[in-house]
Structure formats: structure tokens, C-alpha cells
Design a binder for this molecule. Structure first.
Ligand code: ZN
Ligand code: MN
Length: 475
């Protein structure tokens, strides 16, 4: 039997605001445990939360960038559950009235067409602390530094129908929040974490199958692997007449299989109610319009601009937009050269160099300006390809200017037509037989003359000039 796959994804986006969501503690966790806390974020009774305006602005940005409606009035709620890293006994989140509704994120499918992944909502909430389980003793510890970190939770409809689409959606969403400057997008540090709900149903069946949740997988590749595995697992359960249990499963990256964490036969009752310590959140149109005007360029717009204005191939432009720093590097370099070869030097030479040297775009000696200079030297025929590679390596090592290195390393291409002309005349005089054969129609011999010319100029001549001159004198 054939099955349809339905996947919905919830992403928690950790915001990079200066302070936490309801108190003035710095929004950073890389410190000694329980040193970045106050009475509010560690949940003392009787304290009052004060909403950080930066969080509202970030939520509006995310909403606008995902084609969402921004609610004129939204509400905060208490979601009750017990866990040691949540001393209040409830999380402040948004229940029935979230800040953003009904958005969508367009993704590109394998066949080049576009599909809209619809968003149910984007809501604002606080993060909890962290439980740390000792690996050497039978103890656990609670670190509340992360408590009160602002999050956006972005929830899709079950519109995603393959691991490819899931990855495309997550990549696009991560690009968007990174371009907006509201999240680092760092998955390993948990700044962008996805929970994936997967179910399958026989084609033709209206109602969705029982879903299984895959939690906290921290790379696109693992998410893709886990989805593939889960589709296979659910298919063989159904085919063998068993039923699927609604549960949360974890992905074991070592054994490449999902394992059951807890079953969720009944929906947990969190006893949501409106947070009495926070007023309704009113957002006026003026504020939305102001933020809309200030929105930075988003990945789709940038892709279009790079293709249209820079004449890049779409596949190349996609590599650039996927890495904000790489994109900036390219655009900086493109200010200094109009050469079509720039993109190749960045995607091929620069990227492989940075991979092996483990330098960042800011650390490397190969600045955008120097790479542009190198590409121009090559384009104008001052150096040839082989010399360009040598200079590239020398810039990386020394940080010197490509122009200075041309002289220093004696790599200047013999570009003067006169000099090459003398050499070519000499070759022709010295090879009467070949000239006669060539003129009688053996055109293959042209290569012989090119070879001679290259050898006599030690590879430093401009091949185009050699070609032109040979054609002229062999006529
Ligand atoms: Zn605090
Ligand atoms: Mn949540």
C-alpha cells in the first residue's frame, strides 16, 4: 500500500536580546551555574515579571518575515507542569492568543517548484533552566542561568511531506531568523531546536495517522535521517497489522535509530490560564509599520538580487545566502571587481582554503579586497591561472598585496605583444617543415606551435595573445 507522510514542526528560537524576557539579568548562559539569576527568573513567590520590549519587536519581525498576521491583542498564559528546572511550577507562554498567526514560509522543492509551508502560530515564551546529570556520581544539579531566556515557538501545520521538505523548511526558517538578527541559529548550542511530529496514512484516507514526536535533534542531517527512519518504522508497523503508539522518541545518532522516551497516550493537561501578572499585549499598527520599514533584506530577496544584479547562477547564489558571513564576503569583494570569475574563486579556492586552515572570513589574510585584486590581475591578463594560484597561497601566508607579489615572485605574464611576437617569428623561422604541413591543411599542428610558444615563454605568456599571433603569422 502507498502512504502519505504528514509532518509538522515546532521550532524553538532562542532570541539574542540583551536581557532576559521578564527581568534585567543579561541574556547569556555561558557563565558559572546560577550566577546569572535574580528573584524573578529563579521564580521567587510574589515577584512581578516585566515584559522586555525587545522580545515583542523580535516577535513582530519574525511574524512579518514569515507572512504572518500580527495580533493587535495577544495574551500571556501560565502553562503548568513540574520539573526541577522550573521552580515556579509554570512556564509563562502564550495560549489561545499568540502574537503571530497564519503565516507561511515558502520552500523550494527538488523539481524547482515552490511550496508554502503554513504556520499555525508564532508565540512568545520563556525558557526553563537546565538539569545537569553528573556522569561521575548519582547526582543531578539545577542551573537556572538559562531560565527566563526569551524564546519564539514557531509551529507549522502538518504540511511537510518528506525529509527533504523538512530540511528545506528548517534551513529556510533558520536563515530568516539569522538574517533578522534575532537568533544565532546555532543548533549545537540549542539556540534553534526543532521538534518534529510525524505520521503516515494510506493515500486516500482523510484523517491523519497517529503521530510520533521526535525531540531535540541538533543537526539538519540527523533530522533528515530520523524522519526517514521513522517513516520506515511506522510503515512496517502498519503493514504487519500493529498500531502506532503516540509517543516521544529520541534519535540515537550512533545506532541510527529512534528510541522511545515517553508515551503520550493522553494530551497533558497544563491547566493554561491567563497570566494575571502581565497585562494584555497591545501592538498598534504604527509600531508594526515602523518595524516593517526597518526589516533587513531577507534570504529570498537577497537570492533574487544576487541573480539579477550580479548575474550569478542560482545554485551559486544559494550557497552565498545560506551563509550570512560568506554572502557578506562576496558582496564586499564584488565592490572591488566586476569580474565574473570572482564567484568561482570564492566558492572554490577560498572555501577550500578556509576549510583546511580553519580560519574565519575575518581572520584570513585573504581579504575581500585582496581577492578582488587577484581576480582582476588574472582577468586583465597580467598573470595566468597558475600564477594566480601561487599568489593566492602567498597572500594567505603573508597578507601581502597580490600586485606586490606579482613583482616579488616574478610571475608577471609576458603580456606585451611585441615580446611574444619576436618569439613567435623565431619559432616559425625555425620550423619550416611544420609551417608547410600546417599550410597544406594539417590544422592539428597548431597545437605544436602553441606548445613551442608556451615553452619558450616559460608558461608566463598570455595564451590568448599567443593564439592570436600564431593565427596571424601562419596565415
Ligand atoms: Zn533574572
Ligand atoms: Mn514551547
Amino acid at each position: 500500500m502507498a502512504y502519505k507522510v504528514d509532518i509538522g514542526i515546532e521550532v524553538h528560537v532562542q532570541l539574542t536580546t540583551k536581557s532576559k524576557i521578564f527581568c534585567t539579568c543579561a541574556n547569556e548562559t555561558a557563565q558559572k551555574p546560577n550566577t546569572n539569576i535574580c528573584q524573578i527568573c529563579s521564580g521567587y513567590p510574589g515577584v512581578l515579571p516585566v515584559l522586555n520590549e525587545e522580545v515583542i519587536n523580535d516577535a513582530i519581525k519574525a511574524g512579518l518575515a514569515t507572512n504572518s498576521e500580527i495580533s493587535e491583542i495577544s495574551e500571556f498564559s501560565r502553562k503548568h507542569y513540574f520539573y526541577p528546572d522550573l521552580p515556579k511550577g509554570y512556564q509563562i507562554t502564550q495560549g489561545n492568543r499568540p502574537t503571530c498567526l497564519n503565516g507561511y514560509v515558502p520552500i523550494k522543492l527538488e523539481d524547482g517548484s515552490t511550496k508554502k509551508i503554513r504556520l499555525i502560530r508564532i508565540h512568545i515564551e520563556e525558557d526553563a533552566g537546565k538539569n545537569i546529570h553528573s556522569s561521575t556520581s548519582n547526582e543531578s544539579f539545577v542551573d537556572l542561568n538559562r531560565a527566563g531566556t526569551p524564546l519564539l515557538e514557531i509551529v507549522t501545520h502538518p504540511d511537510i511531506s518528506s525529509s527533504y521538505e523538512a530540511k528545506a523548511y528548517l534551513k529556510k526558517l533558520r536563515q530568516i531568523v539569522q538574517y533578522l538578527g534575532i537568533c544565532s541559529g546555532n543548533m549545537e548550542e540549542g539556540a534553534f531546536r526543532a521538534d518534529t511530529n510525524i505520521s503516515i496514512r494510506p493515500i486516500g484516507q482523510e484523517t491523519l495517522g497517529t503521530r510520533v514526536e521526535l525531540k531535540n535533534i541538533n543537526s539538519f542531517k540527523f533530522i533528515g535521517d530520523a524522519i526517514e527512519y521513522e517513516i520506515d518504522r511506522q510503515t512496517s508497523l502498519i503493514e504487519s497489522g500493529q498500531r502506532i503508539i503516540q509517543e516521544t522518541r529520541l534519535w540515537d545518532t550512533k545506532d541510527k535509530k529512534s528510541i522511545s522516551m515517553r508515551s503520550k497516550e493522553e494530551a497533558a493537561d497544563y491547566r493554561y490560564f491567563a497570566e494575571p501578572d502581565l497585562p494584555l499585549l497591545k501592538i498598534d499598527t504604527q509600531k508594526i509599520e515602523k518595524i516593517k520599514k526597518e526589516l533587513p533584506e531577507l534570504p529570498d530577496q537577497k537570492l533574487e538580487r544576487l541573480v539579477k544584479e550580479h548575474g550569478l547562477k542560482e545554485a551559486d547564489a544559494e550557497i552565498l545566502i545560506d551563509d550570512l558571513e560568506l554572502g557578506k564576503y562576496y558582496e564586499k569583494a564584488a565592490q572591488f571587481t566586476k569580474s565574473k570569475h570572482l564567484i568561482n574563486w570564492i566558492l572554490r579556492n577560498l572555501l577550500s582554503y578556509l576549510k583546511s586552515s580553519k580560519e574565519t572570513y575575518n581572520e584570513t589574510n585573504i581579504t575581500p579586497q585582496k581577492l578582488a585584486e587577484l581576480v582582476d590581475l588574472l582577468d586583465t591578463g597580467i598573470i595566468n591561472n597558475r600564477a594566480a594560484q601561487e599568489i593566492f597561497d602567498a597572500v594567505a601566508k603573508t597578507g601581502k598585496n597580490p600586485k606586490d607579489l606579482v613583482t616579488e615572485l616574478g610571475l608577471e605574464q609576458i603580456g606585451s605583444t611585441q615580446e611574444i611576437e619576436t618569439i613567435i617569428k623565431e619559432i616559425i623561422v625555425n620550423s619550416p617543415n611544420q609551417v608547410a604541413q600546417y599550410k597544406s591543411g594539417q590544422e592539428k599542428l597548431f597545437g605544436f606551435f602553441v606548445g613551442q610558444a608556451m615553452a619558450k615563454t616559460k608558461g608566463k605568456a598570455n595564451p590568448q595573445i599567443i593564439n592570436d599571433l600564431l593565427k596571424k603569422y601562419l596565415k
